[in-house]
Ligand binder design. Structure first.
Ligand code: SF4
Length: 368
């Protein structure tokens, strides 16, 4: 992690800052951290940490009582000294296209959403949230309008996947995981990285690192840290072809402008045969013109072999200040980039009829 805690005590404290009961949340610890906690805090051998980790992240245990390969006395002690964080599943809504939106509740009563999306290749992609609300304030995003803002704990991020596993049907499996739900992942860096390490662990959900993508609005100071700390895929929401336009749409551009963002993408330690995804939400007559396409090509020219461009026609939500682009302008925009030999995909969002499409997550829609 970019700024790792100095001691185990610091680590536990950082993990439990918002713990309701003041007890450490063992589900927010990586396996190495849990092994260390067992030795230093519980006076137990390190392998007990492996056992608890497997119960929490592979066998989906919700309490210490059922951890049948732990001595009964230890289970009782863990129950009073520690806690198991996570989420309650409140509701699942299914869209006409098969997209499933999970409404989940945190221990302190906040609602978040996670979306399971069927892809063309038959795989399922899950979009997870990293915060309640978001302080980046992108002008086209519904989540940005939420009044509540809170970082999710690693257990609350990883639990979105564990709760999804429980609702999957026979033979279904989450194939890809994208940190593109509510929140800016790199604004909650330590908990996001910890959740990734938990989900990658072979004794837990055992995700392949190439199947996990973290999407940022451009928190340049953390992009290199992410590449160094976990070998996941990077996606960047660019969404503009020049600085004035981008600063209006994504205020973080005033802090780190396009040139700084491009330099960060160039320096990102890309694993072999991977590309950075450049997300570009097309807003009608705002950033979807032929001039925008030409400026985008000039901006990305030096990165052509390192990026793929994902064009996303905007999904208007009620009261949105932007409109959906005309299909012809989407096609023209994509063709212009392809002519310049860019790898381009056009992604039409799914789950619009249940408010599960990109930029529509608000944590309240299902319950309303
Ligand atoms: S688009 Fe992402 S980064 Fe921007 S406000 Fe919405 S959730 Fe935050």
């Amino acid at each position: 992690m970019g700024t790792p805690p100095d001691t185990l005590g610091d680590m536990i404290e950082a993990t439990t800052t918002e713990a309701l009961a003041g007890r450490p949340d063992l589900k927010s610890l990586t396996r190495d951290e849990l092994r260390a906690w067992m030795v230093e805090e519980a006076g137990e051998p390190a392998f007990r940490g492996d056992q608890v980790f497997r119960w929490l992240h592979a066998r989906l245990a919700r309490g210490f009582d059922g951890m049948s390969d732990l001595p009964q006395a230890l289970r009782v002690r863990l129950g009073s000294a520690a806690r198991i964080g996570g989420l309650e599943l409140e509701d699942v809504r299914v869209a006409g296209d098969g997209t499933r939106k999970l409404l989940l509740r945190t221990e302190d009563g906040h609602r978040i959403e996670s979306v399971i999306i069927p892809m063309q290749d038959g795989r399922l992609t899950q979009c997870v949230s990293s915060q309640v609300g978001c302080r980046i304030g992108c002008d086209f995003c519904y989540t940005a309008r939420m009044p509540v803002r809170k970082n999710l704990a690693a257990s609350e991020i990883a639990d979105q996947v564990l709760r999804a596993v429980e609702v999957l049907g026979e033979g279904e499996r989450i194939g890809n995981l994208v940190y593109m739900g509510m929140g800016e992942p790199l604004d909650n860096y330590d908990q996001v990285v910890r959740s990734i390490r938990i989900l990658l662990d072979r004794q837990g959900q055992d995700f392949a690192s190439r199947r996990i993508t973290v999407s940022t609005s451009g928190v340049v100071s953390r992009i290199a840290d992410l590449g160094r700390d976990v070998p996941v895929n990077l996606a960047v929401s660019l969404n503009a072809s020049h600085d004035v336009q981008r600063s209006r749409l994504i205020p973080i551009n005033k802090k780190w402008d396009i040139a700084q963002l491009m330099a960060a993408l160039e320096a990102f330690p890309l694993p072999p045969r991977r590309r950075i995804t450049v997300e570009y939400v097309l807003l009608r007559e705002v950033n979807d013109t032929p001039e925008d396409a030409r400026r985008l090509i000039a901006m990305l020219r030096g990165l052509r072999d390192r990026v793929k461009v994902n064009l996303i026609p905007f999904n208007p939500w009620p009261g949105a200040p932007y409109g959906r682009p005309e299909p012809a302008s989407v096609d023209r925009f994509g063709a212009t980039l392809r002519d310049a030999r860019f790898n381009v995909t056009i992604r039409y969002s799914k789950g619009e009829d249940i408010g599960a499409a990109c930029g529509q997550l608000d944590g309240e829609a299902v319950a309303a």
